[in-house]
Ligand binder design. Structure first.
Ligand code: FES
Length: 169
């Protein structure tokens, strides 16, 4: 293992140790612990789940079971920006599909691919977000964008890409 990999591994576990400490190493706090881990890493890495099971003295099946039961938890890494396109009835009727197609093109996502190679964007669909009056709706991380069109969505993504380039400059 290279020194860089060792450092990133040590960091990974120091973060999870901090979270376990924050919740008093209580097995009853498993769900909040998983939530905090996901906030930190943006997904639940397999080796971290095994580590949590061992530390809390829980059967690994229980920890993996909880992680796979809730749709909110992700077992695969997601991009920095998670774009969710609502595909509930109201949004679908108001043309959410062309928005989705535009996003796939703009992000260069292949068939079945959800996350861009550079780990910047993840594209998901969701059923009704409860904002049907504002359909079609697109959510970027926690930010809701209403009355969207393919053009507005493209401009939104270009703005997010620009933010990254602006940061690098
Ligand atoms: S169907 Fe999209 S918000 Fe309800």
């Amino acid at each position: 293992m290279s020194p860089e990999m060792l450092v990133s591994r040590a960091e990974k576990f120091s973060k999870v140790c901090g979270i376990l400490e924050r919740f008093g190493h209580k097995p009853t706090m498993l769900i909040p612990i998983l939530q905090a881990v996901q906030e930190e890493y943006r997904y639940l890495p397999e080796e971290v789940l095994s580590f949590i099971a061992a530390t809390l003295d829980l059967p690994p099946a229980r920890v993996f079971g909880a992680a796979t039961f809730y749709a909110h938890f992700a077992l695969k890494p997601k991009g920095r920006y998670v774009i969710r396109v609502c595909d509930g009835t109201a949004c679908h009727v108001k043309d959410s599909e062309p928005i989705l197609n535009k996003l796939r093109t703009v992000l260069g996502l292949g068939k079945g691919q959800q996350t861009t190679e550079d780990m910047e964007f993840t594209l998901e669909t969701v059923s009704c977000l409860g904002a049907c009056g504002l359909a079609p709706v697109v959510v970027v991380n926690e930010e809701v964008h209403s009355l969207m069109t393919p053009e507005k969505t493209e401009a939104l993504v270009n703005g997010l890409k620009g933010r990254k380039e602006g940061m690098a400059a």
